[in-house]
Write a new protein. Structure first.
Length: 471
């Protein structure tokens, strides 16, 4: 019986020893798997015990600080770590270096952060920013962005607040001026305004817009974040003392009973107001009596500057000499020495056609008056074309006779010319004829009359009153 009790006690003791050995083996396994490492931190950053060790099997231990480190104290310090498992406790030592710096940073918009902005490293320590930081847009103010700082191989999330504390900048615009009484906007006085946010410019002190001379304006530049700067700009305020300039006013010569266009082509332009109105006073002109009469033009700008111009209208009697003088001026420009009669006739015909507008009405019965209207007004009916042709042909030495239509619903006038030893028809009126109207024969005239409409009697005339025309 005693032997059995001894065996039982021995067995229990053996099992207890085996259990103790097993527990000791587990603890030794945990302690043996701890790899202690030194740490560094940014002032104020709180680390955990796990930051100081690596475990092969963390489930076997409980880890804590034997004494809480001072995370605010700059420089190196010892750190004691405690491992607890069951009834056994062990400690291991590491070290901590607290570096000066901060995990929160405020930067000016447009400036990219660097690792040195967050921590001041000591020898043996390294700090770099994660590569993705280079792709961040740092120009937008008013936002906070996270970046990753790698401190001695340990990632550390930091915050960067992008701020705008710089006031806007601008350059004064050179050579700015305005008229007295015409204020400018503040933005008109500067150029090249720059800021990371939208900026406005207003007057802190406006110049005196009512006084001529050099003036100073004080401008206030403000951005969205309330940053402001003052800028002084000088400008010139000018008084408008220059009157408008009247152009196009000229003397006129008309025949008694005629009229002169005194407005067309007359204008006035002002250095400040641009085009201004021109008034015309022709009350002194008597178009029915020969004489020399004044015409007054006037213009004024909004500053009260005025200008005047005076021209004269010469009203004279219609004379051969006067009309022939107008004809000679035309011939001098279209006829040259050595031309044949046919060439001269052709030049006269073409000039009359090109320089006169055909109308369905006009003054008849006076060749000088008809020619004068063509030379001065450039328009009229067939009588005007006939009359001016007669005067030009006569002054060019081409014998000619006027012809009047017989029959038909309307009157028509043209010329007969004597060249190359015979008489030919000549008509400068703008009819749609299929031959040259400067020289055509009797047969051509009759054929045209027949082709167009016999009832209109285009070139029907009393042949007994005129010399025989070349057939």
């Amino acid at each position: 019986m005693g032997r059995r009790i001894a065996i039982v006690l021995l067995t229990i003791a053996g099992l207890a020893l085996l259990a103790a050995c097993a527990q000791s083996a587990l603890l030794n396994r945990s302690l043996a798997g701890v790899a202690v490492r030194a740490c560094s931190s940014v002032a104020g950053e709180v680390l955990t015990p796990l930051d100081f060790v690596n475990f092969d099997d963390r489930g076997l231990t409980r880890l804590s600080f034997a004494a809480e480190p001072d995370f605010a104290a700059l420089g190196p310090q010892s750190v004691r770590l405690s491992f607890s498992l069951g009834w056994r406790r062990e400690t291991v030592e590491s070290s901590l270096t607290v570096l000066p710096g901060s995990r929160a940073l405020t930067l000016e918009a447009g400036d990219a952060p660097e690792a040195e902005d967050f921590v001041q490293t000591a020898p043996g320590h390294t700090a770099v920013l994660a590569a993705e930081t280079a792709a961040v847009d740092w120009s937008e103010a008013g936002v906070t962005r996270e970046v990753v700082l790698i401190l001695d191989g340990r990632p550390l999330v930091c915050a960067v607040t992008v701020a705008d504390t710089t006031p806007p900048a601008a350059a004064p615009r050179e050579g700015v001026w305005t008229w007295v009484g015409e204020p400018l906007a503040a933005a008109d006085l500067i150029t090249d305004i720059s800021d990371v946010s939208a900026a406005t410019v207003t007057f802190q002190r406006e110049p005196d817009w009512t006084a001529a001379g050099e003036a100073a304006a004080e401008l206030l530049l403000t951005d969205e974040f309330g940053n402001a700067a003052l800028l002084t700009v000088t400008l010139a305020v000018r008084r408008d003392e220059e009157p408008p300039v009247i152009t196009g006013a000229r003397d006129h010569a008309v025949l008694a009973g005629g009229r002169a266009d005194l407005r067309t082509g007359v204008a006035a332009r002002d250095n400040r107001d641009g085009q201004v109105e021109v008034s015309v006073d022709s009350s002194a002109v008597d178009f029915n009596r020969s004489g020399r009469y004044p015409v007054y033009y006037a213009a004024a700008d909004q500053s009260g500057n005025q200008s005047q111009a005076t021209v004269y209208v010469a009203v004279g009697a219609l004379t051969d000499e006067y009309v022939y003088g107008l004809a000679d001026q035309v011939l001098a420009g279209i006829i040259t020495a050595g031309m044949s009669e046919r060439e001269i006739v052709k030049r006269i015909h073409d000039w009359v056609r090109a320089n006169n507008l055909y109308l369905d009405y006009g003054e008849k019965g006076n060749v000088l008056r008809g020619a004068y209207n063509a030379f001065t007004a450039g328009r009229g009916d067939c009588y005007t074309f006939y009359a001016v042709s007669e005067v030009l042909l006569t002054r060019a030495g081409i014998e000619n006779i006027g012809v009047r239509r017989v029959g038909g619903p309307a009157e028509h006038y043209w010329n007969l010319i004597f060249i190359d030893g015979g008489w030919y028809h000549y008509d400068a009126s703008p009819y749609f004829i299929y031959f040259d109207g400067s020289i055509f024969t009797e047969s051509q005239a009759r054929q045209y009359t027949q082709d167009r409409d016999p009832r209109r009697h285009y070139y029907d005339y009393d042949a007994d009153l005129y010399p025989e025309v070349v057939w």
